[in-house]
Design a binder for this molecule. Structure first.
Ligand SMILES: [Zn+2]
Length: 243
């Protein structure tokens, strides 16, 4: 079976790619399309993997923006491609802003978040896109609402692979953070995708596309931080305007 490096979703005026672990050059726990440079993988392999993903989705690596993710809710606005010194995707080691979300109105400018259980959430509408890194902390902190507030009208959304309710047992402080939402918990199991869906709908989003795959349940296809006890690679969510 040929590798499937990414799933793509088309939204109005935009395209979204959710990468997998297939089609790269890394080995061992990072096999094979690991995009995370802050893992113990070999940096030159990560760089090759990033080039492969960019080629697969037909984006210029120099036009892909990313941040240093801290499970917060800050969103960087990109008026153009990342300048030298902030272009950490194409030039690993460059300084990165500590942000978990990105937005732009510029065409063919990719916005990327790295994930390995957290949900990548893409928004698109009226000449603007946003990409949000949504773990439970980001969702609890209002990341989805902050992202939607960037748009004049509620955007369309695409939610990528993440840890499923089948595999995501959490503590009481996490369950408490979502006590306002019905149907997203079952005992100690949290439905992170259900949380994202509910928050999107509550903010007025009417179109939500899901690539509904549990990272932990698909070891051949996806990296999972929890399943692999932290020693694993990173996949990505990328969104860009197509016109
Ligand atoms: Zn699962």
């Amino acid at each position: 079976m040929s590798p499937q490096p990414a799933f793509t979703v088309d939204l109005p005026g935009a395209r979204v790619a959710f990468s997998t672990r297939q089609g790269g050059v890394s080995e061992g726990p990072y096999e094979s399309l690991n995009l995370g440079i802050l893992t113990d993988d070999e940096p030159d392999r990560v760089e090759e993997n990033r080039r492969r993903l960019a080629g697969h989705v037909q984006l210029d690596p120099a036009r892909i923006a990313m941040g240093w993710q801290v499970h917060g809710t800050d969103i960087a606005s990109w008026p153009g491609p990342p300048p030298a010194g902030r272009n950490g995707f194409a030039a690993p080691g460059a300084q990165l802003d500590k942000v978990d979300g990105h937005t732009t109105t510029v065409s063919a400018l990719g916005l990327l978040v790295l994930v390995a259980d957290c949900l990548p959430v893409a928004l698109a509408g009226a000449g603007r896109v946003a990409m949000l890194h949504c773990g439970w902390r980001g969702l609890a902190g209002g990341m989805i609402e902050k992202g939607i507030a960037l748009f004049a009208e509620p955007p369309a959304a695409a939610v990528g692979p993440g840890i499923g309710r089948c595999c995501y047992e959490v503590g009481p402080e996490v369950l408490d953070a979502f006590a306002d939402l019905a149907g997203v918990t079952d005992g100690r199991m949290l439905d992170l995708r259900g949380v994202a869906e509910a928050r999107l709908r509550r903010a007025g989003v009417t179109r939500v596309e899901h690539t509904d795959l549990c990272t932990s349940c698909h070891p051949d296809l996806l990296f999972s931080h929890r399943r692999d006890r932290g020693v694993t690679g990173r996949q990505a969510g990328v969104v860009w305007l197509t016109r």
